[in-house]
Design a protein around this ligand. Sequence first.
Ligand SMILES: *Cc1c(COP(=O)(O)O)cnc(C)c1O
Length: 484
Amino acid sequence: MSEPTLYEKSVPGRTALRLPELDVPEAPLPQELVREGLNLPELSQLDVVRHYQTLCERSFGVDSGFYPLGSCTMKYNPRVGEAVARLPGFANAHPLQPVEQVQPLLVLMFDLQTWLAEIGGFAGVSLQPAAGAQGELTALLMMRAYHEARGEGARSQVLIPDSAHGTNPASTTMAGLSVLELPSDERGNIRLDALRAACDESVVGLMITNPNTLGLFEQQIEEVIALVHACGGLVYGDGANMNALAGVLRPGDLGIDLMHYNLHKTFSTPHGGGGPGSGPLGAAPALVDYLPGPVVEHDARSYRFATPAKSIGRMCTYHGNFAMWVRAWAYIALHGAAGLRKNSLHAVLNANYLRVRLHDRYRVPYDRINMHEFVCRGDVGAEGSGLGAADVCKRLIDHGIHPPTQQFPLIVEQSLMIEPTECESRETLDAFVSAMLEIEREAREQPELLREAPHAGPVRRLDEVAAARRRILRDAAGLEEEKA
Ligand SMILES: *Cc1c(COP(=O)(O)O)cnc(C)c1O
């Protein structure tokens, strides 16, 4: 079923491009630029266009259908963002251009820093980090620098709830710090007694996602933050779930010291397929001087790049993913404070609607009012059927629906994490509910339908572990299986 590669479609002598007649004297290429024996596919332009169009049609994105991938906020990317990101003044700017030539770009960066700081309740924002995970690493490096400056550089422990996203412990390890996992209670909150016991002078800080990855608001957030601050630790907010809060609650007002924003989630810049992303970082007054630079500042006459006084340095080459900032700027400008608030409220409403419509058929382990997403269990069917979240996900593909996140968070067995976003209509949500209810009925009556799904689509059930571990690479020389 796999599509032949461009190499397999290659026909010797066929070309996609004809260069115009030479009207200058012919000159040899510098020898170091010449590579002999490059075996490139030879195809017509139409062959190439059809090849990529075919692959494109086999793919699934927010523009093709419902995409309730929890924690990822796969919301619609308004086309105006694409239009402005492509304006020649933005698209053709070069990062090494003198700042006098690109003042409007710096104005846009300054606006975005200011708006994000306002939305999150922070004293300052750096646009440097290129993703949420890089924002986490940045924040941990800042926390380390902050403690070192106060003569407390021996602090080494980062507290992370067991519901956290895998990037939290990974970033901690990358920052040279160690992880102490905190258990959740039966309501999905951090267990305060465990937190209290962990809080001492070894603590760098706490990383907290609120609402957490169960889609639940941390009900004792103020006590949690107070406990960490009381032992000299800092509180990091994983801002991936800001789509529940933007315009409603400012994490900085709760006492959170640092937080990343995922522009590619909350602020509707396209994502998936590995980027580009953008994970700006907000900081409370005590930490703004440690932010990575450059950040944009201005006086009455002009805008310029500056490095905060105690900056930990740069997190990426040049300035970051500028085109994402243009899209996020456009999104915020388009909606305004009232619009962002309305989006958050609708995102929460849509997710609660789905939970209430499904919770009789899919067990919801923490069945309380949720925020922008919720987690239910995918082990449906008769006792001992062996069916799980993966089978439900595969069967959803037959309904033209992208599967929700599954097997995360780890504290719920066979978890399905469902995030509809504010963009979806009542009809789409109802169609999803119908599909889920039908799948649950099939699980009881015809379990093989789930076990063998998907039945439609370009490929049937894949062995996803083998696909990652035993890659089959193809090139001009043919097939080659990679040895594990
Ligand atoms: C997406 C996500 C991250 C990581 O963000 P990236 O931009 O993908 O690096 C971290 N935490 C949570 C809860 C997330 O959903």
